[in-house]
Design a protein around this ligand. Structure first.
Ligand code: CTP
Ligand code: MG
Length: 271
């Protein structure tokens, strides 16, 4: 990929500090094996292969020495200590910084933002759980930033019909637990993925503002772009990829294993 010469200096934050409750593996999700390697290793490989990061900052669960070591081993792999070919344009092999994440995803992002190198102008925030995101998605996000976006997210169309509901009471509750209140217009709905890209100044401001949120507001924050939207900053959307699924449940892990082993191979790119 070639970004314009005026492209911002990019860091990629990989948030990997979640506990993986819904996956139910009894260990942090980033450590769960996928095709024989940890989910975090796959995610880091994808970030490095995209070749856009000067620094990769990984948030791991506090005290998780295994994931810290995994990051250092990955850096050694990039440097070619094991004979493999590192591919980290434009500025050589990216630095890897590891920080302790927090209680919420937003806390983990904030911890990582505080550890970015001086001179960083733009940041992509990526879920380790999206371990199979193809290069092309990183590139689309980076290109939108280079073209002047302050915020950019990868999205895919919603395939299901989406309805709003309320919990039923009275007579309705004897029939079914919920009642439909409306149907969303599917053409304008998008499922949102990561990596989400921002000018660093914009994302830092958004996360500082979120420090004043009460518990309910904090719980409602499910991505970084939401915080930026609340400040009235335009958020641009580029095409994501269905193989960039977030590994959340056991079924997602089976699908991810299938993507790795399938006829199209790892990180296949849809047309
Ligand atoms: N994450 C994080 N810090 C947290 C919570 C989540 O860095 N305190 C990261 C996860 O590691 C993951 C991403 O945010 O890469 C998306 O979160 P999610 O898929 O919900 O992962 P978990 O929180 O680990 O899973 P669960 O909600 O099932 O416990
Ligand atoms: Mg979670």
């Amino acid at each position: 990929m070639s970004l314009p010469p005026t492209s911002p200096a990019i860091a990629v934050v990989v948030v990997a500090a979640g506990s993986g409750e819904r996956l139910g593996y009894g260990m942090p999700k980033a450590r769960v094996p996928l095709g024989g390697e940890a989910i975090l290793t796959h995610a880091l490989r994808g970030v490095a292969a995209a070749g856009i990061a000067r620094q990769i900052c990984v948030a791991v669960p506090k005290g998780d020495e295994q994931l810290r070591s995994l990051c250092q081993e990955f850096r050694a792999e990039l440097l070619g200590d094991d004979g493999s070919d590192g591919d980290a344009e434009p500025d050589g092999v990216p630095e890897i910084t590891v920080v302790s994440g927090g209680a919420t995803r937003a806390d983990s992002v904030r911890a990582a933002l505080a550890a970015l190198a001086d001179g960083t102008e733009a940041v992509l925030v990526h879920d380790a759980a999206r371990a199979l995101t193809p290069d092309v998605v990183f590139h689309r996000v980076a290109e939108a930033l280079a073209a002047g976006a302050q915020a950019v997210i990868p999205v895919i169309p919603v395939v299901d019909t989406v309805k709003t509901v309320v919990a039923t009471d009275g007579d309705d509750a004897r029939i079914a637990p919920e009642l439909v209140t409306g149907t969303a217009q599917r053409e304008v709905l998008r499922s949102v993925q990561t990596p989400q890209g921002f000018s660093l100044e914009t994302l830092r401001r958004a996360h500082e503002a979120a420090l004043d949120f009460d518990d309910a507001q904090s719980a409602a924050v499910t991505d970084d772009a939401m915080l930026v939207e609340l400040m009235g900053v335009p958020v641009h959307a580029v095409r994501g990829a269905s193989q960039s699924l977030k590994i959340t449940t056991p079924l997602d892990l089976i699908i991810a294993e299938g993507l790795l082993e399938g006829p199209l191979g790892m990180r296949f790119v849809e047309g």
